[in-house]
Design a protein around this ligand. Sequence first.
Ligand SMILES: [Zn+2]
Length: 307
Amino acid sequence: MNRRAIVKGALGGVLGLTLPPLARSAFSQGSPAVVPVSEGFVMLTGAGGNVLVRTASTGQVLVDSGAAAFTDAVLADLRGLAGGGRATTVFNTHWHREQVGGNLAFGRSGVTIIAHEKTRAHLATDYYLQDEDRYEKALPAAAHPTVTFFTGDKTLAGNERIEYGHLLEAHTDGDIYVFFRDANVLAAGDAISPLKDPVLDWFGGGWLGGRVDAQEKLLKLSNEKTRIVPSYGPVVGRAELQAEFDMTRMLFDRMLDLVKQGMSAQDMLDAGLMKDLNRTFRDPFRFTYDAHKGYWAHHNSLSPDVL
Ligand SMILES: [Zn+2]
């Protein structure tokens, strides 16, 4: 039995808040694996970003489609699940390439792709990557979202309600959540980051204030039984989301104060920005630099004495 088969075997196990040890080990490996989320839901992990799958004989619903390099592997995994690989709907939580790489294959098969309008716009045009000083090319038309929205909407999968909405500027300018209300499964995209450092794509419109608001919105949508699926890392519960929100809020408040004092990212770190947080950052400077940049675009809304 190979590793993937073992992980798939874990699907029949107890679907508690904590993942089985074998599923947990999949996060550190390179190839996609199927891990349980709750009844009727699994997550493909290691395919770029996480891919949440609602499995059903009437058709599968996906949140995100993984990185392009993993499309064949994702499709193979889907064929082995209830619904036999027949996807009806794919949501994109945002426009980063690790979330939309499978869009082309799904779009060509006539699958409905739902995303925020900003995501469609980013995928339909070349856009500049400030970090890498190059343009990311537009995706072929078949990979573009076919249904877009600005604030939010809802749909049905069978009798099951799916609600989705914008998470304004939480990580990019096109972040959304997808909430399977009846199953109580909430896909949060990269608006939460339970394991790795939070990423603020400031050039793509993400900033700390947006992240605070987004996590507050996710807290309001969830209860103690909600299974919350991030773009990276394990499925979490409301307690973990609350802990991350508390940290994000503390960083926002501290940074607001330090921005008003005219500090640089390094000044802020030296002044104790990261002191006594409930987690340790792998690259504190990178996070602080990006978060600081995000404030620049929002000086006019911080408070009257900022400028
Ligand atoms: Zn992202």
